[in-house]
Design a protein around this ligand. Structure first.
Ligand code: SAM
Length: 326
């Protein structure tokens, strides 16, 4: 029987975010690298094999996880990404498998990913301005990404989400264009607040934008506003012809209290939070030493017990997500 784990703050464990590699063909100026250290592991890091990733995902699903996200580095750098997708998508009990990519290699692989069982895809796109795009990604070409996005839409991913990290002084003014583009595609736009991880303090101070003004505007324009209770209570603004979701983690206790996620680093460590690197649970070494699935479950249970909200409310009476209504 499948369990449902909760941490000591009453938050269920429903999501696993797996970094399948730390390698990336881009070097975006704002990238948090999923909170992993700046190790250059292009050739010699201990990436997990397809079998290891699928086994870990299966154990997570047996413990109640229903949603898996593949990330990186750039997940499409892995030649075996379709095998990873096929293996995870066939796990009984999994409801949602998605992947986030910079989109630069999507053109050639979108259809295969879809055929392998990927439901949804997120594509990082901070701007539609070619010059700004090149500046943010250190010289990459916007056109190949736009071509990849079109192919992803045609391949049938539902939804395609465009991940737009908002950077003060760089791309705030591009939001209306991005909304129009998203509408034309039939996609969803995700406005993401800049996290202060793996970027310099100076960069963060200069470019962090708290998204309040954007949310105020969206609230006025929206026909319906929803909350994703089990995904950080993120707000979803349904506009007349498109949908905009806002990811607003900074100093946001509500975001953290509705976090239902564990992360798996590219070298096989369970990580409680993007912002925290102090309580990593290495599961890859024990796996390679031959532990059983029961022992692996125990490591998950331990890691889950150590999860705690990065921003905690002072009122402890709200520490039980399950007792709250949708
Ligand atoms: N290479 C893939 C990509 O570009 O989507 C996956 C890795 S990237 C680290 C995963 C997501 O994190 C992307 O949607 C990206 O926009 C977002 N992201 C990167 N750096 C960020 C930051 N400093 N703050 C908030 N989101 C960030």
């Amino acid at each position: 029987m499948r369990l449902l784990l909760h941490d000591s703050f009453g938050r269920p464990l429903l999501n696993l975010r797996i970094a399948v590699t730390q390698r990336c063909n881009y070097q975006c100026t704002y990238c948090h690298r999923e909170g992993e250290d700046a190790v250059n592991c292009v050739s010699n890091c201990a990436e997990m094999s397809v079998e290891e990733i699928v086994r870990i995902a299966k154990v997570a699903v047996d413990l109640g996880v229903t949603r898996v996200k593949l990330t990186g580095g750039e997940p499409l750098m892995r030649k075996d990404i379709c095998q990873i997708v096929a293996g995870i998508s066939s796990i009984f009990g999994l409801k949602d498998l998605s992947l986030t990519t910079n989109g630069s290699m999507l053109l050639g692989i979108a259809k295969d990913l879809y055929a392998a069982g990927l439901n949804r895809i997120n594509i990082s796109l901070a701007t539609l301005n070619a010059q700004t795009y090149s500046r943010l990604t250190l010289g990459n070409n916007l056109d190949e990404v736009l071509a990849g996005i079109e192919v992803a839409v045609k391949a049938g991913f539902s939804p395609v989400k465009l991940n737009m990290v908002i950077l003060k002084g760089i791309n705030e003014q591009d939001i209306p264009n991005m909304i129009a583009y998203t509408e034309k595609l039939g996609a969803i736009l995700q406005l993401i607040e800049l996290d202060p991880i793996n970027v310099s303090k100076a960069y963060y101070n200069q470019h962090h934008c708290d998204l309040k003004n954007q949310e105020d505007k969206l609230r006025q324009e929206a026909i319906i506003i929803k909350q994703r209770q089990f995904m950080h209570n993120r707000s979803i603004y349904e506009l007349s012809n498109t949908t905009v979701e806002v990811v607003h983690p900074i100093e946001n206790t509500d975001f953290c209290m509705h976090c239902t996620r564990l992360r798996l680093t590219s070298n096989g460590k369970l990580k409680q939070c993007l912002m925290q690197n102090d309580k990593l649970t290495d599961i890859l070494t024990p796996i390679r030493q031959g532990i059983s699935n029961k022992e692996l479950e125990q490591l998950f249970i331990q890691a889950n017990q150590q999860r705690e909200p990065y921003n905690k409310p002072s009122d402890k009476s709200i520490y039980n997500l399950n007792s709250r209504k949708n």
